[in-house]
Design a protein around this ligand. Sequence first.
Ligand SMILES: [Zn+2]
Length: 480
Amino acid sequence: MVMGIGKDALTQKSQTFDLDSSAIIYAATQKKEWNRTFRVAATLKQKVEPKVLAKAIADLQPRFPTLYVQLETGFFDYKVRTVHDTAILTKESAYPCRPVLVGRGEKPMFRVTYFENRIAIEIFHLVTDGTGVMCLLKSILARYLELQGFQVDKTDGVLSMSDVPSEHETEDSFKKLKCENTIKVSRNEAPAYKYFPQDKDNYFKLTHGYFSVVELKTLTKAKSVTVTEYLVALYAWAFYNNMLPEKSEKPIKISVPTDLRRLFASTTLRNFSLFTNVSIYPQKKDYTFDEFLQLAKQQMNEGFKKETLLSAACKNLTDANMAVFRYMQLSLKKAILKIGYALLGDKLITSSMSSLGIVTVPKGMGEHVDHFDMISGGTLKNFINCGILSFNGVMNVNFSSRCEATDIQRIFFTYLSERGVNIEVQSNVEQKAVNSTTMRHCGNCKVEFKDNHLHCPLCGRQGLASAKQPVCATAPYPEY
Ligand SMILES: [Zn+2]
């Protein structure tokens, strides 16, 4: 059942916006059965009250004119138009990150779901990036708590409902970049090693690993690297170990998006991020993990420099602003972008690891939230992607995948647990939709999992009773 307050669109004022400079590729490549949809979620300490949540979603609509939007197709260009039908809340019942409805109707290009203690927003990437949608989630959460009589401060990315949306929030910050004198960026990149286990139709597996930031930092400090550098290197390491002894001439490439807002003083709620690729050629058979760490560190240091990011952003802008492209009919532009995406997009990376960093919440919210999730969703040609964040001292690393195989996830989490990090794993498949606090231990993978799972989410063994305390008060997933 869809909940919420449907409004007559004709009685509401609609605003129209050009797409932001990074959004056109999502518009051109989307289709009915797939679009680039990702999820952020909050697991609360209490069961979700759907009626209150539906009201909070409706109340926030005027505050986020560039997020409550639908796509319009013109002769030369796409536009987005503010829409007013906020009846978009449903009880979660299907696999996460299914495509959202694009180009039709008066509903926005995101959905909100609830299940037990969890509230999730799934949004088409055309609308915004992880930072933008996290701001929406926290603001809806603040309103939801206020409607129940709690006080929440308006800091840490929570916007006040009574404020008028500012121009800075609705701007395309890419267009404000100063592109004079930037260095030329080449588009010549080698295609990446592809991980292709057997995929499964109508299937989407999440594998969460929850663990202590302090325990992870013991490892990162010993190697003088950051948390992100360590986790990216470990992700590449998992592919490297999985492909051995098979030979690949192609590099393992992990795409790591970064938020540009802090570097370029922006508060936009639209897309404003860019990625850098960490690329490691796997021909050498006796790499050590320390070598992977050094390669990841070097490449991320270089890739995340302000001038490197600026040059890459400016190259994208120059291409999009070429007169021949600007005044081309949209159907032709779409065809060119689709070919470009097939040749360049997903082929250039093995997988992506998107980090939302440390999530903070304002005074009055923390006591109601157990943890947040960042679910990267599926790209067209990549069978596995990864989303990470930390909240309240707990890391939440989530792999989302279109296949049943868990070899990459298993190498990743077992590597950490063998080095003293206590890992709790959660899956959305082969589990019962009941809350559980009783833990089981898998000696094979050296991880814990709650006993609502039918077996160890990483290796399928039964596991033994464990006396360990859960890392998180996880909400189960529905049984599909
Ligand atoms: Zn196991």
